[in-house]
Design a protein around this ligand. Sequence first.
Ligand SMILES: Cc1cc2nc3c(=O)[nH]c(=O)nc-3n(C[C@H](O)[C@H](O)[C@H](O)COP(=O)(O)OP(=O)(O)OC[C@H]3O[C@@H](n4cnc5c(N)ncnc54)[C@H](O)[C@@H]3O)c2cc1C
Length: 494
Amino acid sequence: MKPASVIVIGAGVGGIAAATHLAHRGVHVTVLEKNSRPGGRCDRFSRDGHHFDSGPTLFVMPLVYEAEFAALGVSVHDVLKLRQVDPTYHLVFDDGSQLALTSNLRSMREQLEAMRPGSFEGFLRYLDEGHRHYELAMQRLVNRDFRKASEFFNLRNVPLAFSLKPLVPHYSNMSNYFDDPRLKSAFTFQDVYMGLSPFEAPSTFSMMSYTELAHGAWYPEGGMYQVVEALFEIAKSAGVEFRFETSVERIETNGRATRGVILADGTHLPADAVLANADLPYVYDDLLPDRDLAAEQSRKRFSCSTISFFWGVDKPYPALGPHTLFIADDYRQNFDSIIGHLTLPENPSLYVHAPARIDPSMAPDGQDTLIAIVPVGHMDEKGGQDWPALRDRARESVFSRLALLGIHDLEGHIKFEVNYNPLSWRKRYNLMKGSTHGLSHNLMQLGYFRPSNRHPRYHNLYFVGASTHPGTGIPTALISARLAATRMLEELNL
Ligand SMILES: Cc1cc2nc3c(=O)[nH]c(=O)nc-3n(C[C@H](O)[C@H](O)[C@H](O)COP(=O)(O)OP(=O)(O)OC[C@H]3O[C@@H](n4cnc5c(N)ncnc54)[C@H](O)[C@@H]3O)c2cc1C
């Protein structure tokens, strides 16, 4: 009998991993990718011996990578050379004080007690809560799907409404552990990855700072793109077929099913089922006919975007650790500007990555490769955002923040600059509104409320990736891939 055929739209992390799961079960899978290489947002480029991971730079939640690679039939440690990055981040505050977040408790004690006596005890209690949130959330919300409302709204889940503190804003919860505003921000800034302000994010997200400290942040030798290279090899060995520079124009539908896709050049490719890895709101808006469902998606909340700078620099900057985060004093106003007003804060918090500190092969000898990421609001439908002006202001903010570390001469040593803004993110990966993390992770867009891995009308159209269940990030995309593929195999009897 001819094997069932599935078309996957997009070779992002979720698309590649889901394709592999399906191929392992004997399905004939073709992945269609508009760009010339796999990876989607987990992308890279090189110039003059400088190598840049243009999307993810942090390998966090290592236990999820271990479990998900194992589910794909390989050990993550056989295909990636992982090194722990400790301290994970160097935090630099506007008053010049610094905190190196590390898994070394003795060092944390010394630093925290020097900053605010008594705060180490609060830190230990906070870690304890983060641990509870991590275990419960992973088991009961992230690592499973909700195919029916009753799987989410049931008596067994009632205690989660208390134990995970979903209704308590993360930042106000910090008062139970710390007095110092710097420490409240040191353990909540990760919420921005979810597209949220800590002033509204559920306290559940203490799980993120917990996993970074308890399980560590890691670095795959050669950079984050090695994750994609590894997944791509696994997929090819499983028999997945890839077609690059192949853009899908439309998903063909006939009332309650999809019959395949139409490519940009008009070719019709039939399939028994379609799995869309391209970002979900874009799929509804551009590839499907139902305007009501597209409008529903576009009314949802989207995560922020970034203005990212990639600099090849003619001298090394050893004062910069691998991951430096500059946290602004006006912490709340930062999130209000980005999320509420869709713009760049006056004094933005920002992140600088120096991969050559961990892996010298990322820059030519005696030089440096620097990436600066400045969070900014996503594209405003009404327009009116002056991206060149915002880019210039963001660049000045990076330079002035670096001065806090005694770096005053970077501008004169930049050999070349590449920069991305929300328009670039939209163009490269079809991300609606240029939103780098897709749909936001507020309470009404989590768990059962997050778009599920299957289309509500077309029974053989499925979704995988950041804007679907369970959410954004590479580890989560790997989980999403397993959940989507399992559901397809079970429901379609492939
Ligand atoms: C700046 C930035 C920093 C990040 N930092 C981190 C981090 O440190 N750690 C972490 O874990 N995660 C991070 N993330 C998030 C992570 O990159 C994403 O959540 C993850 O890569 C999303 O994968 P995905 O499966 O949703 O696929 P995507 O990456 O969205 O890939 C979808 C693919 O579909 C393709 N496509 C779109 N439309 C079509 C079409 N019509 N036809 C054919 N192909 C199409 C796109 O080109 C793309 O290749 C970051 C993201 C960004 C942008």
